[in-house]
Design a protein around this ligand. Structure first.
Ligand code: DER
Length: 243
């Protein structure tokens, strides 16, 4: 499968470039691409820091790390992370990122923000010029259940300001993310709901983030602006591009 191979190539190259014996505390993201990074870590176990501690960003990554035999830690004990590797739903030309496709963005952003270096691994479908170009499932927004409906209504009233068009779509559309294998909405690892908000192309993700994060009841927004140091994209032809 070309997409899975592309994910694996990107993940392997990021681990090989960024994880070395000097890395003691490693943040590990969530999703499907990061699974390959954990495979690579297991392959390279002998070359890693002897006391390597991995900080998971979800129940998923915690389980994967424990199953692979890695020591997992938490930010209470390790508030400073050396490197974090994580997936992405989309990356723009300035390395702004949409995350939260797997509903893990709150802990992912906390761990990324605690890291000296934050690295993205993805397949070529995530490699865009603008956010909203290839990723059509919207910007994930974690909200407390108490507030979800009023937050949806307030997002729908946002408008691209005439001076600097922040986003393309005239009126944003917002949906509550419903679970597939559970009745009712998706519940995050933090006990919250997730909204998916559609803005069309996003020209100024930082400004959009500022408009969204201030809505009372919003816990975190899946826009990681100016955080990533590097992104690795696996291509269909078996090569990896990084920027
Ligand atoms: O939910 C998330 O933030 C994931 O990291 C997502 O952005 C990437 O998931 P994928 O590697 O399965 O595409």
């Amino acid at each position: 499968d070309l997409i899975e191979t592309a994910k694996q190539l990107a993940a392997y190259q990021a681990v090989d470039h960024y994880v070395n014996p000097q890395v003691r505390v490693l943040g590990v993201g969530s999703g499907s691409t990061i699974v390959y990074a954990i495979h690579r870590l297991a392959e390279q176990r002998a070359q890693l820091h002897p006391d390597l501690v991995c900080i998971p960003t979800s129940f998923q990554s915690r389980q994967l790390l424990i199953e692979a035999g890695f020591r997992v830690g938490d930010l209470d004990e390790f508030p400073q992370v050396d490197v974090t590797i994580d997936g992405a739903d989309e990356v723009d030309a300035q390395l702004n990122v949409i995350k939260g496709g797997g509903a893990a963005q709150l802990r992912e952003k906390v761990v990324a923000a605690a890291s000296k270096v934050f690295v993205i691994v993805a397949d070529h479908r995530k490699d865009s010029t603008h956010l909203g170009q290839q990723w059509t499932k919207g910007v994930p927004i974690e909200v407390i259940p108490f507030a979800y409906n009023t937050v949806m209504a307030q997002i729908a009233t946002l408008r691209p300001t005439s001076t600097t068009a922040v986003f393309e779509q005239n009126a944003p559309t917002v949906t509550l993310r419903m679970a597939l294998r559970k009745a009712g909405p998706v519940i995050t690892d933090n006990g919250n709901f997730v909204l998916d908000a559609h803005f069309g192309l996003i020209y100024a993700p930082g400004q959009l983030f500022d408009q969204l994060i201030r809505i009372p009841g919003v816990v975190e927004v899946g826009l990681f602006c100016g955080m990533a140091a590097k992104a690795y994209f696996g291509k269909a032809d078996g090569t990896v591009v990084s920027r």
